[in-house]
Design a protein around this ligand. Sequence first.
Ligand SMILES: Cc1cc2nc3c(=O)[nH]c(=O)nc-3n(C[C@H](O)[C@H](O)[C@H](O)COP(=O)(O)O)c2cc1C
Ligand SMILES: Nc1ncnc2c1ncn2[C@@H]1O[C@H](COP(=O)(O)OP(=O)(O)O)[C@@H](O)[C@H]1O
Length: 300
Amino acid sequence: MKQHRPPRAIALGYFDGVHMGHRALMERAVQRAREIGGTSAVFTFDKHPSSVMTGRQVPLLTAGAYRQDEIKLLGGVDEVIFGHFEELRTMDWRDFIHELLIGRFGAQYIISGHNNRFGYMGKGTPEGMAEECKKAGIGYDCIPDVKIDGIVVSSTYIRQLISLGDMERVTKFLGHPYTITGVVAHGRKVGRTYGVPTVNLPLPPEMALPPYGVYATRVRVDDQVYLAATNIGVKPTFVDGGAPTIEPHLLDFSGDLYGKLIHVELHQFLRPEKAFDSVEELHAAIEENVRQTRAFFAKG
Ligand SMILES: Cc1cc2nc3c(=O)[nH]c(=O)nc-3n(C[C@H](O)[C@H](O)[C@H](O)COP(=O)(O)O)c2cc1C
Ligand SMILES: Nc1ncnc2c1ncn2[C@@H]1O[C@H](COP(=O)(O)OP(=O)(O)O)[C@@H](O)[C@H]1O
């Protein structure tokens, strides 16, 4: 067999959201890579498997454009390998292991969850994987479900929590706050006229959408972190319809952020979005939301 240098410890999965269960797999890949003197990697797909299989887009917890960065940052792995799901879904599961993972990517260790399925029609099981890896003389770890409060951590459960606006519980299950990333666009330049400039971000349409409303958030931009009171919605006080946006008002900040890549961490739902009768009432509500945001982060 051709020896790859360095060998890889490869964790398998889509890793949407990079939650606590995903992290258990990746931590194991990092540990195994260290043991074999190799590199740690994730093998994932370019498209969400159930979105392709069902023809319905699953709302995602990580925007497509930032998946590689998030997986590396949160999972701590050296590499992210993307396979084309449309091509691989027809591959026999044994070929997937021997030809692709071992032959092409030099897997010396494979790590998967206990309910993962592999290859054409999902015919490969962890039991089959264990047998094939043994035959090939490489290691295989099957990781049991991670549970929090007796509940199995899953992207599906976290999506439900997001749709309820239960961001504190989302943070607990993800292991990090739900984060929407994007490039600052120009808005209508109205915010600044009443002293509340906001950073306008279009909501990535593929992502899970929390309820319209105001959130206590933290915004990361360059190497700085700011507290922010953030509105998600369609601004019914001003606008009739239109695509939803996410708009943080950064506390204790003034400057120009147009064109910057920013990360908005949603920590707590404060109130639903509302059509106010006047700008004065909206302004008073925003001031209250700023106080609530400071109070949330002050309690740590
Ligand atoms: C903390 C916060 C809460 C807000 N709440 C609402 C709201 O409930 N209803 C609404 O119509 N607009 C709300 N807005 C205002 C709009 O989202 C937006 O900031 C304003 O229309 C200025 O738009 P511009 O950035 O396009 O100039 C809120 C803004 C902030 C910063
Ligand atoms: N504290 C702040 N929070 C958010 N944006 C700020 C802040 N201070 C200055 N800005 C800048 O002002 C812009 C927002 O002003 P605003 O009048 O709301 O215009 P727009 O409608 O284009 O968002 C932001 O994109 C950013 O460049």
